[in-house]
Ligand binder design. Structure first.
Ligand SMILES: [Cu+2]
Length: 510
């Protein structure tokens, strides 16, 4: 106990300096490298100051939550023993509408259950691997001090349980993930989540807290190609993801699953990045982060537009809602947002505030087909297609959902087009004369002079070759059966044929 008096002395010196710093003392005038002055600068002392002694009181069972939910604040002024029970579950879930993927999960969700403890807590961690799992798994928590972050003590075969204990010495927001070989593959299959270690005094209270985690996914089929999609190791090694997603599936936080808040509320997001490969340029369209606890650490930056979240890292951000509407969460590497799924929505209700913003919802220009309340019709059509009894009606419904955002930005939601700029699809004699023009124009684009209902257009429509064959079939069937067009049906096989034959008047872009 020789250390104690010196510790107290240092603490006293530190608080003395802290007081003088509060009086407006200039940091630059103090000698550098001095422990006491470092603390006065706002250092917390890290793990050296994170041990508040043995756990007190009865053990507490940790409240675990599924994304996008966050457990309630710890609200405790002493260290405790906290028991965490986490199950590894391998299961098939949708990764996009009509697309399934075999995820490996912590707690049955991607990302895994959110864990919340207090700095100084002793965490007794139980990992159980379900009997129907095919793989062994373990867990490396970035909030653990010790080799492997728990991985070496938690290797768990299917049908087995392991247990280890650690003291949470550093406050912060930490990623956890599986670290069983091949590690990249376990992470790519969804094995990651967040653990928040609150500082002793807790975090400032807010009105809404949400849990969002980005990850990149690699399937053998292309983006939105239907059916059960296997993991593609080659694409993973090339760091060329098919999907980049928030919370493990396209649409996990859009439409009727959007995050919600109200004008006047303070919102805090806990955002992690599981990777395994990509760094996220996390941004919320139309909102500025009042504060970002960058890298999940102790200090915040203010007034931030976009914050980098490394693979295997996290950040907390806080903002205040002034104006109602839909705010779009994106990875600002934008093809990931609009062509690989990294898009979510935070919907704020409440009265308009025209002094701050003149109004008008963020529309399909940004959200695309994700502006739809839900895309279930697409999954229903895919399911019916796989069993061979897809009806025209199912195709029309799926096609309508996809048309919104993909085509409606130009041809408008009601198919009327825009005078002199975008020709109408409604009652179009161009379509009536040749119904196969719909899938052909969609896939190959169109340029040069055309006449639609007596009006001449001489413009360019870009090809939409990124759409899958069944998406084109469904959109075309929707157009043919809407707004007085002649009806009929386009099949996936027909689209595949049309894709191979590029016509004379195709536009640039492929
Ligand atoms: Cu694993």
């Amino acid at each position: 106990m020789k250390r104690a008096p010196r510790f107290i002395a240092a603490t006293l010196a530190a608080s003395a300096l802290l007081l003088s710093a509060c009086d407006g003392d200039n940091d630059a005038t103090r000698p550098a490298g001095d422990q006491a002055s470092a603390e006065a600068d706002g250092e917390t002392g890290g793990s050296r100051k994170g041990d508040f002694g043995p756990p007190q009181g009865d053990p507490i069972n940790a409240v675990l939550t599924s994304p996008p939910h966050v457990p309630p604040p710890v609200n405790r002024n002493h260290p405790a023993k906290v028991v965490v029970e986490l199950d590894v579950v391998e299961k098939v879930m949708p990764i996009s509408e009509g697309v399934d993927y075999t995820f490996w999960t912590f707690g049955g969700t991607v990302p895994g259950s959110f864990i919340r403890v207090r700095q100084g807590d002793t965490v007794e961690f139980h990992l159980r691997n379900m009997p129907d799992s095919k793989m062994p798994h373990n867990i490396d928590l970035h909030g653990v001090t010790g080799p492997g972050g728990g991985a070496s003590s938690s290797f768990t075969a299917p049908g087995h349980k392991t247990q280890f204990t650690f003291k949470a010495l550093n406050a912060g927001l930490y990623v956890y993930h599986c670290a069983t070989a091949p590690v990249g593959m376990h992470v790519a299959n969804g094995m990651y989540g967040l653990i928040l270690v609150e500082p002793p005094e807790g975090l400032p209270p807010v009105d809404k807290e949400y849990y969002v985690m980005q990850g990149d996914f690699y399937t053998t089929g292309k983006y939105r190609e239907k059916g059960l999609q296997p993991f593609d190791m080659e694409k993973a090694i090339d760091e060329n993801p098919t999907y980049v997603l928030f919370n493990g599936s396209e649409g996990a936080i859009t439409g009727d699953k959007a995050l919600t808040t109200s004008v006047g509320e303070n919102v805090r997001l806990y955002v992690g990045n599981g990777g395994p490969n990509l760094v996220s340029s996390f941004h919320v369209i139309g909102e500025i982060f009042d504060k970002v606890w960058y890298e999940g650490g102790t200090h915040f930056q203010e007034n931030v537009q976009t914050t980098l979240i490394p693979a295997g890292g996290a950040a907390m951000m806080e903002f205040h809602m002034e104006v109602p509407g839909s705010y779009v969460l994106v990875d600002h590497s934008l093809f990931r947002a609009f062509n690989k799924g990294a898009l979510g929505i935070l919907k704020a209700d409440g009265p308009e505030n025209k002094e701050i913003y003149s109004g008008l919802e963020v529309d399909e220009v940004y959200i695309g087909d994700r502006a739809q309340a839900n895309m279930e019709a697409v999954a229903v059509a895919a399911e019916a297609a796989s069993t061979g009894d897809l009806t025209v009606d199912q195709q029309v419904k799926a096609g309508e959902a996809l048309f919104m955002g993909t085509c409606s930005t130009c041809h408008q939601a009601n198919g009327q087009g825009m005078a002199g700029v975008f020709p109408p699809l409604a009652n179009s004699d161009y379509i009536a004369n040749d119904p196969t023009s719909v899938p052909r124009v969609t896939l190959h684009g169109l340029q040069g002079k055309i006449t639609v209902n007596g009006t001449e257009y001489n413009s360019i429509m870009p090809p939409m070759a990124q759409l899958t064959d069944d998406e084109v079939a469904n959109i075309s069937t929707f157009v043919l059966n809407s707004w007085g067009n002649p009806g009929g049906r386009v099949t996936k096989a027909e689209v595949a044929e049309i894709r191979k034959n590029k016509p004379e008047n195709a536009s640039e872009g492929h």
